[in-house]
Design a protein around this ligand. Structure first.
Ligand code: ATP
Length: 244
């Protein structure tokens, strides 16, 4: 369902090209639940951005359900993402002036009637234990509750591909466990393909499959050596890699 060939991505920092990703080949089957780990700065978030179509690679081809993302117009890619991909981010990205329910409702297609939308949201809020919190603003919710709203928003349109970038990164240990359980439970038995980037090895251990980014990215080992020798990479890259 996801297929990558000859992917390359570099960033230009202070006039210098910094190569980040070089993935000759990578396939993910439909329904796989995969935790992607690796040191800070090794390109995990960049990879998710490219898979979601939010970022373009410099070279190579990314296919999601046999659709080549690079060959779509930007508008077509946006529509494709809205329909088929759910993206969960570490910082939730909820709109502060909207209630929890409204934050979810804005992602529902207009073709659904008012009653259908209400029932769907009721169902999902019940699933994540937020039935009594729908009218609260994000600022009136705990971080774990905000992440649950963000999860509902990403999953409610039944996307075939779910991407999550450090979904427990800003949560305390217990809440992170709860959110991990919930995410796996919501995706269990579904044909969703789930790719989760995480530093949290407890979270990664719960997944049926773990992948270290160096298994697919030819640059991650090389970049770490360069960084350790102080001879390459941007300052933020080097700092991030040493902390990973
Ligand atoms: N827009 C950008 N411009 C320049 N450099 C960038 C840009 N985005 C990312 N980078 C650099 O690319 C490298 C990979 O970043 P990325 O966020 O993908 O790593 P990561 O593995 O997800 O790290 P972390 O685990 O810390 O989130 C880093 O060195 C980062 O500084």
């Amino acid at each position: 369902m996801l297929s990558i060939r000859g992917l390359k991505k570099q960033f230009q920092v202070a006039g210098q090209n910094i190569p980040i990703l070089d993935i000759p080949e990578w396939e993910v089957r439909q329904g796989e639940k995969l935790a992607i780990t690796g040191p800070s700065g090794s390109g995990k978030s960049t990879l998710l951005h490219i898979v979601s179509g939010l970022m373009r690679p410099d070279e190579g081809e990314v296919q999601v359900f046999d659709r080549a993302l690079q060959q779509m117009s930007e508008a077509a890619r946006d529509r494709f993402r809205a329909k088929r991909i759910g993206y969960i981010l570490q910082d939730f990205h909820l709109i502060p002036s909207l209630t929890a329910r409204q934050n979810v409702e804005i992602t529902l297609p207009r073709t659904k009637g008012r009653r259908e939308r209400r029932e769907l949201i009721d169902h999902w809020f019940e699933q994540v234990g937020l039935s009594d919190r729908g009218r609260h603003l994000p600022s009136q919710l705990s971080r774990g509750q905000q992440q649950r709203v963000a999860m509902v928003r990403a999953l409610i349109n039944d996307p075939a591909l779910v991407l999550a970038d450090e979904p427990t990164g800003s949560l305390d240990w217990e809440t992170a466990e709860e959110v991990t359980d919930l995410l796996l439970r919501l995706c269990e038995g579904q044909q969703h393909t789930l790719l989760v980037v995480t530093h949290d090895l407890n979270m990664a251990d719960r997944f049926p499959r773990r992948l270290h980014i160096r298994e697919i990215n030819r640059l991650s080992g090389e970049r770490r050596r360069l960084s350790a020798a102080g001879s390459g990479g941007s300052a933020p890259a080097a700092r991030k890699e040493q902390t990973g």
